[in-house]
Design a protein around this ligand. Structure first.
Ligand code: ZN
Length: 474
């Protein structure tokens, strides 16, 4: 192993590290991985399968590093002393840190008192524990931050839709990836996103601690805002990416119907962490400071919550910041100034007889909000006062909500009159989504009669806008 490290034979090092992981031998695995990931592998030329392999190894590395940073007591674990070159001196009751080791470098960098880099350092148990935790957590944060930046920009995660929809694209000029999607590709695509969520989750405690320290040290709300905002931005980014994987812009890219949670432990863990993030994101989501991405995050998070965490979603979504605080003017619907965001949550919950209608009214309201004057004059004048207001939303997230409501409307309306699903033709992913939580009594009670007409005009306007681009959304 040391010979391979010395010769920088990275390919062999990566294979060796994985064999140590399989043998549950974490110390040498960490040494190999730490050397291998000194330079974050470039993800630019990797296809999605290669990227999954790379992220699986990176997650294994980060998992061991995280255990060392947070779980292991550095003062009582000889295997950790060995790993970092530290020695316990029984007589002096101090740890000896030789020069050239990670801890020695870190102590030199963070101290203005120690100036000679060739002298071994001696630490009491408390000093040793402090330097140890600081060094390992800094290494963890540095590696994950660099990898996260690369992963966000990886071409394999940015699929070009042109060849899939129209069958043409100049691949030499296009920076996106060109693929032939199938079920195997979908599993890789899903795995990569969940692995990255697991990887990024490993630094949450470090960033949370940094926030607390910033608050204590500076007492400035501004510092708190900056540190917490970076973390929020990345978590929201990956949650919306996961939402896109499960609800892609084209049916051939797969759907949530293709998800098999029994496939792998990492996939199940990834979903668990994703739901934890959805809770945290929802709970602190507010309309301030800008509503530029508010609606996209609210719709995406609510969709994931009510799909994958149905039992608990009602509790935390209705207690979230945006559900409790005063609703801004642009989200107040109709002459009675109904809170349209709360109506969206009622619609996602799908328990009340008015759930479906709430969803329809939101689609109608939000669509008309974006409509140009020529379209608006033809519809109900109630909506005219919001003409000046523009709300941005990711079109894929919004269309996904529309699909859910339209599917439910078709099924509930038919079920109400015939108590059967006969003669209904819908995409299979719509069926899976509807039947996962279908309740025949609730379906019969839904206020669906004559509601098709409420959607006709707004959806026509939206489709004309999308196809002919005479107004922009998001
Ligand atoms: Zn392209």
């Amino acid at each position: 192993m040391f010979k391979i490290i010395r010769l920088n034979e990275f390919e062999k090092l990566s294979e060796l590290a994985s064999s140590f992981v399989l043998a549950n031998n974490s110390n040498p695995a960490l040494l190999c991985f730490d050397h291998y990931f000194t330079q974050t592998p470039s993800l630019v030329d990797m296809d999605i399968a290669a990227m999954e392999g790379c992220l699986t190894q990176f997650f294994d590395y980060i998992y061991i590093l995280h255990q060392v940073a947070f779980v292991v007591d550095p003062c009582t674990e000889p295997r950790v002393w060995k790993l970092l070159g530290a020695k316990w001196n029984e007589l002096e009751e101090k740890f000896l840190i030789p020069p050239g080791t990670l801890l020695h470098h870190h102590a030199m960098r963070s101290s203005t008192i120690i100036s000679d880099s060739s002298i071994p350092l001696k630490f009491t148990q408390n000093q040793y524990a402090e330097v140890f935790h600081s060094a390992i957590r800094e290494r963890l944060l540095d590696r994950v931050t660099r990898e996260n930046d690369m992963c966000r920009k990886a071409p394999a995660l940015s699929v070009c839709l042109r060849p899939i929809v129209y069958g043409d694209c100049n691949a030499t000029l296009c920076p996106r990836s060109h693929i032939n999607p199938d079920s195997e590709w979908f599993q890789h695509w899903l795995s990569v996103h969940l692995l990255q969520i697991l990887v990024y989750h490993s630094v949450w405690r470090i960033q949370y601690r940094a926030e607390m320290l910033s608050q204590q040290r500076w007492g400035f709300q501004f510092i708190y805002f900056l540190t917490s905002r970076t973390d929020k931005v990345f978590r929201r980014f990956w949650i919306l990416k996961l939402h896109e994987v499960l609800n892609p812009p084209h049916f051939s890219l797969g759907s949530s119907a293709n998800v098999n949670l029994n496939n792998s432990v990492k996939i199940r863990k990834g979903f668990g962490v994703a739901i934890e993030w959805v809770r945290a994101i929802s709970y602190t989501l507010d309309f301030w400071p800008s509503n530029y991405d508010f609606l996209t995050i609210a719709l995406g998070a609510a969709d994931l919550a009510f799909t994958f965490d149905r039992k608990e979603a009602s509790v935390y979504m209705f207690r979230s910041e945006f559900a409790r605080e005063r609703c801004p003017q642009e989200y107040l619907r109709g002459q009675d100034a109904q809170n349209s965001i709360l109506e969206v949550l009622v619609s996602f919950r799908n328990k009340e007889p008015s759930s479906l209608l709430m969803g329809i009214l939101f689609i109608r309201y939000a669509t008309l909000l974006w409509a140009p004057p020529s379209i608006l004059t033809a519809v109900n004048t109630i909506f005219r006062h919001v003409m000046e207001v523009k709300i941005a939303v990711d079109i894929n997230v919004f269309l996904n909500f529309i699909e859910k409501i339209c599917g439910l409307l078709i099924v509930c309306n038919r079920y109400r009159w015939n108590q059967s699903f006969h003669n209904i033709t819908l995409p299979s992913s719509w069926w899976v989504s509807i039947l996962t939580d279908f309740d025949s009594i609730q379906a019969s009670q839904q206020d669906s009669t004559g509601r098709f007409w409420l959607l006709l005009q707004p959806l026509g306007a939206l489709l004309r806008g999308l196809y002919f681009s005479y107004y922009s959304i998001g």
